[in-house]
Each structure stands twice: as structure tokens, then as C-alpha cells.
Design a protein around this ligand. Structure first.
Ligand code: SF4
Length: 575
């Protein structure tokens, strides 16, 4: 191990601490099995192959999994220990051939492939895709529409992670569906269970007149790194990463486990003036916590390596015995940020730069309705069109129309946002009217009231067994009700989530609703005053439980008071 470490890493570019880590790692590997690739990548990462750890699980003598005795593992970790969910293809074929539904442990394992068996809400599979950075090509959108029509429900949902979900696939079709996904140059791997979820990025990357940095290539690079690294799957819990280029539309980076935020550093600091990234850690808004700045400044070309190193630290050290304490937040709470950063640094071939957030220029304001309507791009004479897709529900026909609009009037590309809608970029001034007309002809719109335009909702009880209420339908009904009665100048974000898992992040909405049962009827807990980014705040409970039937009238009263009292620029935060 010593020789190997010296041979491979014998140069002076590594610190004594890094060499010690490597020596230790090599020694452990030498004890267990032949050495997989270990190297210093161009991205500046010291990698190791944690699939060796997964392989170790097969050796009965070990009886540990990522350092935890197997007997202590929680149920899901034991399932991972018993069979690596990445190695399921034969089982998927078996289920397809026999058109059979999976057993409970395989329901969990199939999520590693983006396949969610969603009984009892629906006796079928939901497929969750990966759309890194929310960038999708028109042929991919057509392909998803075709999948939805041929094998599914003929519709799809845009999600709050700039992603697509397709529903109602029968077991017999799951392999066909995954093969088709692959043929589109797309993947659904890792979109569910304990994996790095779809990487989000500012949806205007590369076309935003206000952005500091084009983050789309970073999201794509991290997605590719994960896709090609087996040790990036099977984490202690799910993991979210976002890249914010500092521009017009929010990507709610502060709600992610890691949020990279582009900032400008002026003259007179310890680093050359320029564009860098701040690193925000441990956002988990369902637990009422935003990601906070960890004091580190990165060059853009360091972000992917740092994300991968942090994910590895989490994979190797996160809690695998108690799922309630398995998210990154709990590791960092236990260790402290300094130790987490020190462990991260051991896996990097460059030192981290520490600079206080106050030494960077503040983020530029976000346009809360920049994801809707026609807006100029940084490229002269070009525009993007933000299409309203209420709570993300879109039919296969509408998907085909959007693909056609992008091909005829743009460059065949579309962007998805965390606000559950789509943008058609690169539309020349002369083509804007025709493009908007085509969008309207498909039953979609580019402008709506101040509430519906900022409304997001999770799946709800039409497709998720945890939901207490029909979130999507209620969200649209309530938003339309309020938009009909009030002229809201300052957009209002309405977040409607079906249970405490908070997939639609109800704590960060101006109005946040969480589904609860009220005397057996569908209802909600009402929170107000939440926000993200520049308006960061955790909503506070206004009504513990109210039937949906009574909610519009209650909200009407609240809005009446709001519109009477608000100042020109106030949001619900000022309540
Ligand atoms: Fe399902 Fe709850 Fe997530 Fe809504 S918030 S999709 S109900 S788990």
C-alpha cells in the first residue's frame, strides 16, 4: 500500500494529510480485494471506487456495510446490502416478462432506475426522468410524449426539480420504456431513492442578460460524472444539488443539499477579482432549514470536483442505521462544517479557498415572474418565451406542440424550470408572435394571474400514497379563484404539498399548504410568509387544519387584508 501510494501519488502536489488518507485507503483496499482504478482526475479529484465497498458487501465475513454492522442497518440499507439496486436488469426483465408487480424491497430498488410503483394511489409505475439543468431537446420531448401515449397515461408532469414524470406504465412495459429512454440519449437512473436527484441549474443559463456565469455545462458535467461513477449511487439518503448562475430566474439553490451560487468578487480581496461560486450546504426545507454559506469560495472549474468529493464524504460517513437522521444535514450537524470541509479537502487535489460571503458582491435581484412571458435574451434580437403549465400538468399533444414550436421558431431546445413550466429559448424577434400563437393554439398560455403563475404542487393523492389531498387540482382551483377576485401586481407563490415530505416545499411559499385530513375530508395546514433566495424565510403556521371546501373563502379574507395593507414592493413576508 505504501509503495502504491508513493508510486501513484509520490509527487509534491499532495499534502501530507492527503497522502495519509490515500495510504490508509490503499491499505484498506489491499486487505480486501484487487485495486480498482484510483487516480487524480483532470477535474482535480482524488477518486476511489466505492463500488469496491459495494462488492465487499458480498463477502459474508465482512458483515458490515459502509462501516455499519449489517444487523444495525435500517431496512432500506439492508436491501441495498443484499442486492445492489444498480444490478437489477434481470429482475426488471423478469417483471416485464411476467407482467408482475414488485415486492416491497424491489419497489425501493426499482426507484434507482426511476421506476416508482405507486400503489395504492395507482396500480402502475411512474417514471421519473433526469433532465440535467432542465435542458431538453425537442426530439427528446417528442420521445417522452410518444412514451406517454404508447404505454402511459398520455400526459406528463413537470416537476419542481426541472424534470419530467410520466405515469401509468404497466410492469410488462417497463423494460421497453427504459430502452426507449436510453435511445433518446436520456436517463432515469438515480432519479429516485437514495441517489443524487436531477441536477438543477438556472433555466436561463447562457441566454440571461443578468447572469454571472453559464451554469448549464456544470450541471451537465456533474450529471455525467455521477452517471459514470457507481459509487455515486446508493447514498444514505437522497441528495439535491443546484447551480445558480446569479441571473434572473431563481433555481431555489438554497433549498438543496449543495447549492452553488455564482458571485462576483471585486478588487482588494485575497483572490483575483472575477466570478466565483459560493457553496451553500444542507438545505432541507421540509425540516425548516435553508442551505447556508459554508465560507468557501470556488473557481467555476472546481465546482464539479467539490460536489463529487462532498457526495463521497456523505456516502462514506452518513448514517445508514436511522433514515430520519440520514440526510447530509445530520452528518454536518454532528461533525460541524469545519470537519466536513476538511474531509472534503482530503479528496481534492487543490486546497479550498476560504473567504467570507460578505467579501463578495450581493446577488442581483430575482424576477419572480421571469419564467413566464416573452423576455429578451443576452443575444441581440433573440427572446425566450416562458410558457405557463399550471402545476406542471401537460398532455402528450402539448409536449409535441412545444417540441414543434422549439424546432420551427427556436433552435430545437427547451428549458424546464423549478416553477413547473417550460421556456422556449432562441426565438428571433420576428418569430415571437407566430410562436406565441402556436403555443396558444395548443391550449397553453404565456401570461396568467399573479397567483397561478407562481403556483407549484406536488403529485397529490392522484398518484402518491402519502398524500392527504388532491394537491394539483386544489392548487389550480384556489389560484384561479384568487386571480379572478384580486389583481395581484406582486406575484404570489403558492406551494401546495400533499404531506410532510414537502416535495412542493410548502415552507418557502408566500402561501404554503400541506395536506391534512380534517374529519376525514381533504384539507390543509396553511402557512404564510415563506420565501427563498432574496426573500428567504420559513413560513409560519396560520391555520393548523382547514377543509379545502372552506379554504378559498379563508384565503379571500387573507388576500383582502393583504391588498389593503401592502406597500408597493411588499410580499407576504411582511405579514
Ligand atoms: Fe407524495 Fe408527500 Fe411528496 Fe406530495 S409531498 S409527492 S404527497 S410524498
Amino acid at each position: 500500500a505504501e509503495t502504491l501510494a508513493n508510486t501513484t501519488f509520490g509527487t509534491e502536489q499532495f499534502t501530507a494529510e492527503q497522502k495519509e488518507y490515500l495510504r490508509d485507503f490503499f491499505a484498506k483496499v489491499a486487505e480486501s480485494r484487487p485495486l480498482p482504478f484510483v487516480g487524480h482526475t483532470a477535474a482535480g479529484l482524488i477518486t476511489n471506487d466505492r463500488s469496491s465497498g459495494l462488492a465487499n458487501q458480498a463477502e459474508p465475513a465482512e458483515e458490515t456495510y459502509f462501516g455499519a454492522p449489517v444487523s444495525d442497518l435500517c431496512r432500506e440499507e439492508r436491501w441495498k446490502f443484499e442486492q445492489n439496486p444498480l444490478d437489477l436488469w434481470d429482475k426488471l426483465l423478469e417483471h416485464a416478462n411476467e407482467n408482475k408487480v414488485p415486492a416491497v424491497e424491489d419497489v425501493f430498488r426499482f426507484k434507482f432506475h426511476g421506476l416508482f410503483y405507486v400503489a395504492p394511489a395507482q396500480d402502475s409505475f411512474m417514471l421519473r426522468m433526469r433532465v440535467p439543468g432542465g435542458v431538453i431537446k425537442s426530439h427528446q420531448l417528442r420521445g417522452l410524449a410518444e412514451l406517454a401515449s404508447l404505454y402511459g397515461a398520455g400526459r406528463a408532469e413537470m416537476t419542481t426539480r426541472s424534470n419530467f414524470q410520466l405515469r401509468e406504465f404497466q410492469p410488462k412495459d417497463i423494460v421497453r420504456v427504459l430502452n426507449k429512454v436510453q435511445s433518446l440519449g436520456m436517463s432515469s437512473r438515480g432519479s429516485g431513492a437514495d441517489n443524487v436527484r436531477n441536477i438543477t441549474a438556472s433555466p436561463l443559463a447562457g441566454i440571461d442578460p443578468c447572469e454571472l456565469y453559464d451554469v448549464a455545462p456544470l450541471a451537465e458535467a456533474l450529471n455525467a460524472y455521477i452517471y459514470n461513477s457507481r459509487d455515486m449511487y446508493g447514498l444514505p439518503r437522497k441528495f439535491n444539488v443546484a447551480f445558480d448562475g446569479g441571473g434572473n430566474i431563481s433555481v431555489v439553490a438554497d433549498t438543496n443539499d449543495i447549492g452553488f451560487l455564482a458571485v462576483e468578487v471585486g478588487e482588494g480581496q485575497d483572490v483575483p477579482a472575477g466570478i466565483y461560486f459560493r457553496v451553500l450546504l444542507c438545505g432541507i426545507t421540509g425540516h425548516k432549514q435553508f442551505a447556508s454559506d459554508c465560507g468557501v469560495l470556488l473557481r467555476p472549474d472546481q465546482t464539479v470536483a467539490v460536489a463529487a468529493a462532498m457526495i463521497r464524504v456523505f456516502a462514506e460517513n452518513g448514517d445508514r442505521t436511522d433514515r430520519k437522521k440520514a440526510r447530509l444535514k445530520y452528518l454536518v450537524d454532528t461533525w460541524g462544517v469545519e470537519r466536513f470541509l476538511a474531509e472534503t479537502e482530503k479528496r481534492l487535489a487543490f486546497p479550498l479557498i476560504h473567504l467570507a460571503a460578505e467579501s463578495c458582491k450581493p446577488r442581483k435581484p430575482i424576477n419572480r415572474q421571469g419564467h413566464i412571458g416573452v423576455h429578451p435574451q443576452s443575444q441581440k434580437g433573440m427572446n425566450y418565451i416562458g410558457v405557463v403549465v399550471p402545476v406542471g400538468r401537460v398532455t402528450a399533444e402539448q409536449m409535441v406542440t412545444l417540441a414543434r414550436v422549439a424546432e420551427h421558431f427556436g433552435t430545437g431546445e427547451l428549458r424546464l424550470t423549478v416553477w413547473q413550466n417550460a421556456l422556449v429559448p432562441n426565438v428571433a424577434d420576428a418569430n415571437v408572435d407566430a410562436a406565441v400563437e402556436a403555443i396558444r393554439a395548443a391550449g397553453l398560455n404565456i401570461e396568467v394571474g399573479g397567483v397561478l403563475g407562481g403556483t407549484v404542487a406536488c403529485t397529490g393523492n392522484k398518484g402518491c400514497k402519502y398524500a392527504a389531498s388532491d394537491t394539483k387540482s386544489h392548487a389550480v382551483e384556489l389560484a384561479n379563484f384568487l386571480d379572478e377576485r384580486f389583481r395581484i401586481l406582486q406575484p404570489v407563490n403558492l406551494h401546495v404539498t400533499g404531506c410532510s415530505h414537502s416535495c412542493a416545499q410548502h415552507y418557502i411559499g408566500d402561501i404554503g399548504l400541506m395536506g391534512v385530513k380534517v374529519n376525514g375530508e381533504e384539507g390543509y395546514q396553511v402557512n404564510i410568509g415563506g420565501g427563498s433566495d432574496q426573500d428567504q424565510g420559513i413560513g409560519r403556521e396560520l391555520i393548523p387544519a382547514i377543509r379545502f371546501a372552506d379554504l378559498p373563502a379563508a384565503m379571500e379574507g387573507l388576500f383582502a387584508a393583504y391588498t389593503e395593507q401592502r406597500g408597493a414592493e411588499e410580499s407576504f413576508l411582511e405579514f
